[in-house]
Ligand binder design. Structure first.
Ligand code: HEM
Length: 298
């Protein structure tokens, strides 16, 4: 949903932001294979869920399964939307900016369906829904996150960008970070035992947040040095391991901490989330290194 850049003039909106279908590009609205492919990918989880619904393949509690799936896909797509800008800057590939609004809007719509399905699971009986939400911290947190995302969704149009002005619009759209963090917290609180995915999300969010903060210190328009990208990856991975150890120490007892650390250093039990974060961050660092070399040569 992060559509504007820091220096966006209000009147001369880039053609890429002009209203159009998700598969169109530019003021003339020409067909964009790049956007069309990403749009199709964003639709896939929804189509897959519709197909499973039609096939009666959602298990004994279909609505619960749909709530879980839309929540999980919503968070994943939200993360993808937050990765668009760092990747554009690292790869020095401006066309990636075309995907920011599309991915952000898709994430908000998946999460809106998540909430609608939750209400459907309660037969849309409002007082039952309100009573349950106010009794449960993770639902309150989820609702605050969703409200922020819906505010961003409602202001994601060109008309709202013009009405608010680039600077105010951009400040408002920074809400996406607190919203994503609250969403991750909601996820973490609601999982019963398997904290693998919430930990992954916390790791990637840490990297993304660190990237934005670090980039603020760079001279205007500068890309983050490769060393900084590497440090961020290591920091995010270590934080995930620390949170994992702290969680199991709290759940089971401090004696389990060495075993958690051991599990992170071995592949016997599969790769732990901290290692996944490290591997993905290493890939991004390598990409940043190659892009820097290419930019220096050209
Ligand atoms: C931005 C906001 C939100 C995000 C990112 C989000 C994300 C998620 C995720 C990832 C899951 C877990 C899926 C899994 O375990 O596989 C989940 C579960 C759940 N969410 Fe949300 N959610 C949000 C808002 C809400 C809201 C507003 C409600 C309702 C008031 C809600 C109700 C639930 C419920 C009830 C579950 C658990 C279902 C179950 O275990 O039976 N969520 N959510």
């Amino acid at each position: 949903m992060n559509v504007a850049t820091r220096t966006t003039p209000q009147k001369n909106l880039p053609a890429a932001w002009k209203r159009g279908w998700p598969w169109q590009e530019g003021a003339a609205g020409r067909f964009s294979p790049f956007k069309a492919v990403v749009f199709a990918l964003l639709l896939l989880p929804a189509l897959w869920l519709l197909w499973r619904t039609a096939e009666n393949d959602l298990g004994p509690r279909p609505l619960t399964e749909l709530i879980l799936q839309t929540g999980t896909w919503g968070v994943r797509i939200l993360l993808v939307s937050l990765f668009v800008t760092p990747l554009r800057q690292i790869l020095r590939y401006g066309r990636l900016a075309l995907l920011r609004r599309m991915t952000g809007v898709a994430a908000a719509l998946y999460l809106l369906s998540h909430f609608i399905l939750y209400m459907a699971n309660h037969a849309f009986v409002l007082d039952k829904i309100v009573t349950e939400i106010v009794k449960s911290n993770y639902l309150i947190i989820g609702l605050v996150a969703l409200t922020a995302l819906l505010l961003l969704l409602a202001t994601s149009t060109d008309a709202m960008l013009r009405r608010l002005g680039g600077r105010r619009w951009q400040m408002l759209h920074r809400l996406v970070f607190p919203a994503a963090m609250l969403g991750a917290w909601h996820y973490f609180l609601q999982v019963k035992a398997d904290i693998f995915q919430p930990l992954l999300i916390i790791g990637f969010l840490t990297w993304l947040l660190g990237y934005r903060v670090w980039r603020k210190w760079q001279p205007q328009g500068g890309t983050l040095p490769v060393g900084a990208v590497a440090v961020l990856g290591i920091f995010a991975a270590v934080l995930v391991v620390v949170i994992e150890a702290a969680y199991f120490s709290w759940k089971i007892g401090p004696a389990v901490v060495p075993r958690v650390l051991e599990a992170n250093l071995s592949i016997d039990m599969g790769l732990r989330p901290g290692i996944w974060v490290l591997l993905v961050a290493a890939g991004v660092t390598l990409t940043a290194g190659l892009a820097t070399i290419r930019a220096r040569r050209s």
